[in-house]
Design a protein around this ligand. Sequence first.
Ligand code: EPZ
Length: 430
Amino acid sequence: MESLIIRGGRELRGEVRIGGAKNAALPVLISALLTDQDLLVANVPHLRDITTTLELLGRFGARIEVDEKSVITVNAGTLTSRRAPYELVKTMRASILVLGPLLARFGEAEVSLPGGCAIGSRPVDLHVRALEQMGATIAVEGGYIKASTSGGRLHGAKIVFDTVTVTGTENLMMAASLAQGTTVLENAAREPEVIDLANCLIAMGARIVGAGSDVIEIEGVSSLSGASHRVIPDRIEAGTFLVAAAVTQGEMHLHDVNPAHLDAVTARLRDAGAEISMTESGVSLTMRQRPRAVSISTAPYPGFPTDMQAQFLLLNCVAEGAASVTEHIFENRFMHIHELQRMGADINLHGNTALVQGVKQLGGAQVMATDLRASACLVLAGLVAREQTVIDRIYHIDRGYDCIEEKLSQCGADIRRVSDSRSPRVHAVQ
Ligand code: EPZ
């Protein structure tokens, strides 16, 4: 296993090019299952979850090519399997996204239940119930979701999601694209990644209106063609680097971002005292003083993103004043609190709200990553902590951040990756 070693206390100053959005690239690559022609996808980030997705598509028998410009071509013309095995699904919950496309195109699918993960149980009942409304017969046997349309086609339905679900919306949008008749998704997710998938499906010949609103209407067609699609920038990677510059009281210029996707995040960073300017594809942040504490409450897009909660909780740990951080999306997304408390943070958790009293400085420690965004928060903590911080289990980070230590080093951070056998043991600094 590998670790990151960070010596804190340095202001970040520099420029970073933001990669393609992980949470857009995953459903877009999987949408290749809906056609027997080539789907070309550009701006795909180099991440563990992407590798897992391509491995899963390969297990089905899809042909996958990567050209010299890193454009990925997927062709699912002749599949040999429609079973998503546990050993892959357990490493990436988003594998559930293959259920809708396989059912819509082939009338059958077997997908391992994803199992819980560090940020809560994360069921898939909304996906399953909606597909049953479209005519699928679905049973859970031996830890696998076994789905079939019994030889027929999925048919259109009016689906109202009890809870806003991003991959649920994406799964059903893909399934409905090839269903017989029209499907309406109500209480649909409005995330930019949902819009990006819709745009890709429309380029393939799907008939979709309303993506980005909470009501999406899909008129099924008999088949879809290939297409070329460029994935949108990763708004969470961008937000993470902006917080890194804010907490180190530095300066950051991000390129290849869509500022409109960051409204909730940049608004709170301004409240914290950051100076922010934007161009069509760039965002710049300057922080000249210790951040002010800002209370946040996560919500579905366009509300404050849950994937930025841990990063802002860290900002509040070193900010001037006190703030509350409330998590409304997942029931257990505060695993980072214990690790931050070991670094000297003053946090009290009451149900789904963390009350944070800012402290002047955190102390370096040996900490352990638990989930993707919690581990990003620990990297930011290491950047501002006294002395040295060692973060173990950083495979979590590699799932969602491409070369995070290189990008931070370019901006002046003292950060390096070592294999565990070489990482020094750090005693918590009280
Ligand atoms: C997507 O996860 C993202 N992942 C997550 O990003 C993100 O945190 C989340 O949306 C919320 O924005 C991808 O897009 C691959 P949900 P998803 O379905 O779709 C409950 C990251 O760090 N729910 O919107 O799995 C669920 O338990 C990851 O990049 C059900 O109860 O999340 C949660 O409480 C982490 N039943 C809420 O809905 C269901 O069938 C929202 O979950 C589905 C969801």
